[in-house]
Design a protein. Structure first.
Length: 329
């Protein structure tokens, strides 16, 4: 016969083990996420960003194949496909939808008013109407943003500082991106202050890039700024190659300088994607997206590709080099 003390001990152990088992069952719930990208699935740059998101999720305990499923949809640089892909993800009954870029986020917003949406990064969530407030975004959207128009204007200032004798600048834009208008306005205002000429050139797909740079050369533009449009980010290597062949100095986001462009100023995209995991975690724990403040990027880097500048026969002022966070030599 089991002694009373042994029985109580076993019973107590069972009592302790039961909640643990129940907790294990709760933890086993699989989180189902959607990822909507404007870019191409073959883009090495967006693979890096996507991997940063996955790494952030792993750090928080979400392991693909165990308690996490990510359904990804890629528009392959064709923005007109985004509404269809967003609707497809919504039909999969996902828990959270992750987006990047204004076109993809706007498509997700139109596709659902109930599924929480996390913006990994959006050019300017206020000015484009993605959210009405950063502190209390309301609705079903939260995430991270940065002030793309102001950054683009700053890039023009940096180009002017690097080459004070240059007076004709160009800006490459994607007319299908809602942030284009505000960026052009900010840059035109900056051009007026700097007393330089600014001309806008358009490209919507990778195949448009060569023609755009041909038009830039025909207009005798001296230097070009590139903004963080998802098509341009995904094709940064191609842009860098074309600019190098045409011996044209360009400034843009980090990946542009790494691909052979002359300079970069802006955010670090993989960091933004990694940070998106924290928003996803809060939502999966039951937080309401409209009550999670939208975060603004606070770290902006200057990267100078001195190797590219020398290849173009250009000399970067020492004062600007001293301010650079990173120099490629």
């Amino acid at each position: 016969m089991m002694k009373r003390r042994q029985f109580i001990t076993l019973l107590g152990g069972a009592a302790v083990a039961w909640p643990v088992a129940a907790h294990g069952q709760q933890a086993a719930k699989v989180a189902r996420l959607g990822f909507l990208s404007s870019a191409s699935a073959s883009s090495s740059i967006y693979k890096k960003n996507f991997d940063a998101l996955r790494a952030g999720l792993r750090e928080l305990g979400y392991i693909e194949g165990q308690n996490l499923i990510i359904e990804s949809r890629w528009a392959e640089d064709k923005y007109d496909r985004l509404p269809e892909l967003a609707a497809e993800l919504v039909r999969l009954d996902i828990d959270v939808l992750i987006t990047h870029g204004t076109p993809g986020t706007m498509a997700a917003k139109r596709a659902t008013a109930t599924i929480p949406i996390v913006m990994a990064v959006v050019g300017d969530a206020i000015i484009t109407g993605v959210v009405s407030s950063l502190a209390r975004p309301g609705g079903n959207i939260t995430g991270s943003t940065f002030f793309n128009p102001e950054i683009s204007a700053k890039r023009l200032e940096l180009l002017r500082e690097a080459f004070p004798r240059i007076s004709r600048f160009g800006v490459l834009m994607n007319p299908n991106n809602p942030i284009t208008g505000p960026i052009v306005q900010a840059m035109e205002s900056s051009a007026t202050t700097l007393k330089v000429e600014l001309e806008v050139f358009e490209a919507q797909t990778p195949t448009d890039l060569e023609n755009a740079f041909e038009a830039i050369a025909a207009r005798r533009v001296n230097a070009v700024t590139i903004n963080e449009d998802p098509v341009f980010i995904a094709n940064a290597l191609l842009i860098g190659q074309i600019a190098s062949l045409r011996r044209l100095p360009v400034i843009g986001f980090r990946e542009i300088a790494e691909a052979g462009g002359m300079m970069a100023y802006g955010i670090v995209l993989p960091e933004m994607f990694r940070r998106a995991a924290a928003f996803v975690h809060k939502l999966l724990q039951g937080a309401k997206p409209g009550e999670i403040p939208v975060e603004q990027a606070t770290r902006f880097n200057i990267l100078i590709n001195l190797k590219s500048a020398k290849a173009l026969g250009l000399e970067i002022p020492p004062t600007l080099l001293a301010r650079a966070d990173e120099v490629i030599e």
